[in-house]
Design a protein around this ligand. Structure first.
Ligand code: SAH
Ligand code: SF4
Length: 344
């Protein structure tokens, strides 16, 4: 019998899977068949793998689990955004969001349960870090969305719960699998990693020279202002973040994004817009404005007209800026909020 406590088969590399199959006296071609079921057919049970002999399916079931997530809640917003709450084998839970938009299907994945950065406006960071997700748990979120759509997603954004650069150990193998032509086969340019600005992590990513996109959650243009929303423990000076970001752009040849949560009365003045435009232009970065989602803090989003005014100021100053519509508001799409409600 498969047990939820068996290790995930997706923790194995292709070579490790081949070695396991050799031990079981199975032909080398079986690894390719299994890989196909896992990453191209999004199978979540070994029983689905119909071209494998029943005895092998049984052996796999005794040693591994095929899928690490158990969906326990799902909500759909009027704009089609879909959000899952999934339980992990140890009873903790994570959130995954699917955002359909025209011909694009973007899945937003989590990398940790909780987060130790603890930005004041973010539900994920409210209770600190519970644990890092395994690479199989990261990959399975993407496969869950594909299985639902019965189609391969076109984009992956690492913008769910957690600070991705605090879990590079598991994120990197997951992204390699997702980008690998032999496994999931998603173009590296279709992957975006969002970070609160963990400088050593940005440098490590840069050195890999993969064309994954980088998004920096800046939210404020001075360290003093930023310190009011991001606690000191894991906050780096803006100057160092920008140098690391520049290094990443040079090595990976991708234009960075600056994320800026608009918090009414805190970072939405005309002067804030001027300072943000200056930083973005110097960095050759585009800006993504996110009106604050109601969360654990006192902050609120400015009125939509004011958000548009802020965007216009940026553009007049020569910066490129998009204003994110508050997708999935009706299901509380800000990260960590669905999980929080379940715990209450
Ligand atoms: N930890 C990473 C990625 C996950 S959060 C990071 O911080 O970048 C993804 C984005 O959502 C970040 O820009 C984050 O600051 C933002 N965010 C979190 N809570 C929010 C809220 N209540 N309103 C608006 N943006 C929020
Ligand atoms: Fe962590 Fe990002 Fe939330 Fe900050 S915004 S607490 S870094 S998940």
């Amino acid at each position: 019998m498969e047990s939820a406590f068996n290790p995930s088969i997706k923790q194995l590399s292709f070579t490790e899977l081949e070695a396991f199959l050799r031990q079981q006296r199975e032909g080398g071609f079986r690894a390719r068949q299994i890989w196909h079921w896992l990453y191209e057919k999004w199978a979540c049970d070994f029983e689905e793998m119909r071209n494998l002999p029943a005895a092998l399916r049984q052996v796999l079931q005794e040693h591994f689990s095929a899928f690490s997530l158990k969906p326990i809640d799902r909500q759909k917003a009027t704009d089609g955004t879909l959000k899952w709450l999934c339980q992990l084998s140890d009873g903790l839970s994570l959130e995954t969001v699917l955002i359909p938009s025209g011909r694009r299907n973007t899945v937003c994945i989590s990398t940790q349960v909780g987060c130790q950065v603890r930005c004041v406006f973010c539900a994920s960071g409210k209770k600190g870090l519970k644990r890092n997700l395994l690479s199989s748990e990261i990959v399975d979120q993407v496969l869950l969305a594909c299985r639902h759509l019965q189609e391969k997603v076109s984009n992956v954004v690492v913008m769910g719960m957690g600070e991705p650069l605090h879990n590079l150990e598991n994120l990197l193998p997951a992204l390699e699998l997702l980008s690998s032509a032999e496994a999931f086969g998603l173009g590296a340019r279709s992957i975006t990693i969002s970070t609160s600005g963990i400088v050593p992590g940005i440098r490590s990513l840069a050195e890999l020279e993969r064309p994954w996109n980088l998004a920096i959650s800046l939210h404020a243009c001075s360290d003093q202002q930023r310190s009011q929303i991001i606690p000191d423990a894991y906050r780096y000076p803006i100057k160092e973040i920008l140098v690391a970001c520049q290094y990443h752009r040079e090595r990976c040849k991708r234009m960075p994004t600056l994320e800026y949560a608009l918090l009414q009365g805190f970072n939405d003045s005309d002067q804030d817009a001027a300072r943000l435009a200056k930083i973005a232009k110097r960095l050759h970065a585009k800006i993504n404005l996110i009106p604050c989602n109601p969360g654990p803090s006192k902050y609120q989003a400015p009125a939509i007209k004011h958000c548009q005014h802020f965007q216009e100021l940026l553009e007049q100053a020569g910066a490129k800026a998009t204003l994110r519509s508050r997708r999935g508001d009706s299901i509380m799409a800000a990260c960590g909020q669905l999980q929080e409600r379940h715990q209450e």
